[in-house]
Design a protein around this ligand. Structure first.
Ligand SMILES: NC(=O)c1ccc[n+]([C@@H]2O[C@H](COP(=O)([O-])OP(=O)(O)OC[C@H]3O[C@@H](n4cnc5c(N)ncnc54)[C@H](OP(=O)(O)O)[C@@H]3O)[C@@H](O)[C@H]2O)c1
Length: 288
């Protein structure tokens, strides 16, 4: 296999793009972060990465950023309206996949979702399926990550003096750290057998949403109170107040609560090694 050394991370400034970018840098890759704001890239990563101006509304910017790269990792935004998922995530993936085929890229990596499949009716998941399809159709070697819930999501629950749980908090999942995705990606780019593969990626331990929130709260925000809001109420509140993020988040949680974890991470573990970061370790690192 031709060695992969130069990696473009599109959406590298995002919540889950940042830990992945940092791990790729630590693993010795030459990383360029694609963003609408190159200044933001410098603010976040300093001189450890290069910056490329990328906007999904400009296919030329995506094609230009791919020039001279060996691989691309896609950390694409989802929401906050259902139509955004198709306009941004699905279309951006298709444009990148086509441009990647032109420059004969060695690998496309894409952060998809754990429940993605052809029969899902939930629009954000349909958009991810379309993105996966476009990547598979491009002929470029791909690695698709069907990831479960990320620990980083917990930081979004902090609202003033509260930590707000949407839904029952009873869903049990294998919480995954963004840095573990980065570690697995770094290995996958050096592993020929990880090309043209879809991996389910889970964290090392399963716990309910409520258990995870308690560890996060007790470690990082012991002074904050936990409040539960049913997803139905959050959807209505989000709609009434124009709070699109709340509306979208509640829709996602309601869907994921019902869908549960459906994949099998054993293949990924076997080929690339197990994920290791526990929620306690993640929270301790966050606290600093
Ligand atoms: N939360 C979970 O547990 C979970 C689980 C599985 C999968 N995922 C998926 O992971 C993906 C990434 O999530 P995230 O939280 O990291 O997303 P995010 O924080 O919203 O980051 C998305 C990135 O996209 C870039 N972007 C937005 N609009 C753009 C445009 N028009 N042109 C170019 N770049 C644009 C932004 O970069 P700039 O602002 O710098 O341009 C941003 O860094 C999502 O698709 C999500 O569904 C999440």
């Amino acid at each position: 296999m031709d060695k992969i050394t130069r990696v473009l991370v599109i959406g590298g400034t995002g919540m889950l793009g940042r830990p992945v970018t940092r791990r790729l840098v630590e693993e010795g890759y030459t990383v360029t972060v694609g963003s609408r704001s190159p200044g933001k890239v410098e603010d976040i990563f300093g001189s450890s990465v290069k910056a490329a101006t990328v906007d999904f509304s400009s296919p030329a910017s995506l094609a230009a950023a791919l020039e001279g790269q060996d691989a691309v990792h896609l950390n694409l935004p989802s929401g906050p309206r259902f139509e955004d998922c198709f306009r941004n995530e699905a279309r951006a993936a298709e444009t990148v996949a086509n441009a990647a085929a032109q420059v004969k890229l060695k690998r496309i990596s894409y952060l998809s979702g754990e429940t993605v499949g052809p029969d899902r009716k939930f629009p954000p998941v349909q958009a991810k399926w379309q993105a996966e399809e476009a990547i598979r159709a491009s002929g470029v070697p791909f690695t698709i990550w069907r990831a479960t819930w990320f620990m980083e999501t917990l930081t979004n629950l902090v609202k003033g003096g509260l930590i707000v749980i949407l839904g029952s908090g009873r869903s049990r999942v294998h919480w995954l750290a963004g840095e573990d995705l980065g570690t697995s990606l770094a290995k996958a780019l050096r592993t020929e057998d990880s090309a043209d593969r879809i991996f389910y990626i889970y964290g090392p331990e399963a716990m309910t949403f409520k258990e995870a929130v308690l560890i996060f709260r007790d470690t990082c925000h012991p002074e904050k109170k936990i409040m539960k809001i049913p997803t139905g109420l959050a959807i209505i509140l989000g709609k009434l107040t124009g709070g699109r993020e709340m509306w979208f988040g509640a829709q996602m949680i309601r869907y994921l609560d019902a869908a549960g974890e459906t994949g099998d991470p054993i293949e990924m573990s076997r080929l690339l090694g197990p994920t290791k970061t526990t929620l306690a370790q993640f929270a301790a690192k966050l606290k600093g």
